[in-house]
Design a binder for this molecule. Structure first.
Ligand code: GDG
Length: 478
């Protein structure tokens, strides 16, 4: 496994060194597989005590209490973090793939460092990989790795999963190094995206860029190498969300919170404070909604969790400022001594607090300008069976979750109307819409995603021989 973020992070604080696991479905799903295959996970060692606990190669056996596999940490210096991570990954690939070309900073030094870091990960992977190993690369940080590995390891199976949208060629082509990126990705045997439309965009880009490539609807033959390309819509650990959110203590706290808030209905947004997430448009739509429907004044509050992210990048700081000005203006316009229209939280909340908000929210607004998938939509549906989901048509999740109220996040009036519709929806209609959404989130959970990916990749054979059991195709949660 190769990813930018590591599955275990060591941090030193006043009390000593603590090992944390990042919250999120991906690590939760892949860690058990790694534990069974006893493989190697290569990632950037980003914790401030990571080096202290690893050996001279950056290796550490994890989980610490019952070591099963090797985490190999790669050290990055501040210039590399700035140019490879904040620069190339977050200021070039991220904005371009989210159709924000105008925010892209196409600096050659970002590219040079990105190449260097990909080389560093290449060397580490070559040191770790055994002849039969499957090598799975996550996300946009290592586009050059599949082809570079392929050259050295012609017989290993290599796959890459892309977690964000893949844009049309007309947008992608603004990247001066687009050929190298596409060629790098085509070193993989299997490429996964969240949706059919990202698959189509990727195939289209390859056709445009390499006229001699043979491109079908699910595979590419280029320079003798075949790459299968497929959509694997990612899910969440549904059962875990159900379990965690139905604990007595959490239910009690949620009921208390709900009664303290003293409003009839609650609307919720939970996002990293990213310009792609549509937080600003959502606030403007809420303002329009209050203007158009004064009967809701004093009765409905909108809770927006905007957790800090990438604040080293100026576009993120600018978006934060615009959001905060808007929160201030909207609250200033409507607030009453006993009622706050917008409750804005700009901190990373503990997981339980997010679950509690999912439980008490009558309506969740998941209205990104564009989003690869968006897991918040799925988490809300898993936790709250009586809620209403308002979902952007430009979130990857809308390809599957079509019984939500689907909106265009640019159309503020339509979003204001959707809010009115959601808040006045009958219990029967809520159930009619929520039923199929829950089924889907339950059925296509993170383990389904993993199984489908591994099955397509033919991993079960390898696991069969090594572990004496078939893991892929089995429910790893069981
Ligand atoms: C990328 C793609 C794709 C948020 N604030 C807090 C908090 N969160 C959690 C949510 C959710 C996660 O963060 C966000 O997941 P998303 O899917 O919405 O978004 P990205 O981070 O942009 O992820 C995305 C994903 O990769 C997977 O492939 O779906 O499209 O952009 O789990 O609950 N969690 C806590 N406190 C917060 O303040 N505890």
């Amino acid at each position: 496994m190769v990813s930018n973020r590591e599955p275990y992070i060591h941090e030193r604080n006043k009390k000593g060194i603590r090992c944390k696991t990042p919250i999120g479905g991906l690590v939760a799903a892949i860690d058990p597989v790694m534990q069974r295959t006893r493989g190697v996970w290569i990632a950037w060692g980003s914790g401030n005590a990571d080096a202290e606990v690893a050996d001279e190669k950056g290796r550490i056996q994890v989980p610490e209490d019952d070591p099963r596999y090797t985490l190999r940490r790669i050290w990055l210096d501040p210039k590399e973090i700035n140019e490879y991570y904040y620069g190339f990954s977050n200021r070039i690939i991220w904005p371009v793939c989210h159709l924000f070309q105008e925010k892209a900073r196409l600096l050659p030094e970002y590219w040079e460092t990105y190449k260097k870091v990909n080389q560093r990960f290449l060397r580490a992977t070559l040191e770790e990989a055994l002849p039969d190993d499957h090598i799975w690369i996550q996300d946009v940080h290592f586009t050059l790795l599949p082809a570079a590995l392929r050259e050295e390891l012609p017989d290993n199976d290599i796959a890459l999963f892309w977690h964000i949208p893949f844009p049309p060629w007309e947008t992608f082509s603004c990247i001066p190094w687009r050929k190298e990126i596409l060629e790098g990705m085509l070193g993989a045997d299997l490429l996964g995206f969240h949706t059919e439309s990202y698959v189509a965009n990727f195939l289209g880009a390859v056709k445009k860029e390499f006229p001699d490539a043979q491109v079908s609807s699910s595979a590419i033959r280029y320079k003798g190498q075949i790459t299968r390309v497929r959509a694997f819509p990612i899910g969440i650990d549904y059962n875990r969300y159900r379990e965690l959110s139905s604990r007595d203590s959490l239910r009690r706290r949620a009921t208390q919170l709900r009664s303290k808030m003293n409003v009839q209905q609650i609307i919720l947004g939970v996002d990293r404070l990213d310009y792609t997430k549509g937080i600003l448009n959502r606030l403007l739509a809420f303002e329009k909604f209050l203007e158009a429907h004064p009967k809701h004044l004093g009765k409905v509050s909108f809770v927006q969790v905007a957790s800090p992210t990438r604040s080293a990048i100026s576009e993120y700081r600018e978006m934060k400022q615009r959001i905060e000005e808007t929160v201030g203006r909207v609250n200033g316009k409507f607030q009453r001594p006993q009622w706050t229209p917008v409750i804005y939280i700009n901190r990373h909340l503990p997981g339980d607090d997010v679950l509690m908000l999912y439980r008490i929210a009558d309506v969740a607004m998941v209205t990104p300008i564009i989003d690869g998938m968006n897991l918040v939509a799925k988490e809300y549906v898993a936790v709250n069976e009586n809620g209403v989901l308002i979902l952007s048509e430009f979130a990857g999740a809308s390809e599957e979750m079509d019984s939500a109220i689907i909106v265009n996040p640019y159309d503020l009036d339509a979003m204001a109307r959707a809010l009115e519709e959601a808040l006045s929806m009958s219990p029967e209609e809520r159930t009619r819409r929520m039923g199929p959404l829950r089924e889907l989130v339950k059925e296509r959970d993170i383990f389904w995603w993993l199984d489908t990916f591994l099955e397509e990749w033919g991993v079960e054979l390898m696991m069969d021989q090594e572990a004496g059991q078939i893991v892929a195709g089995a429910r790893l949660s069981e």
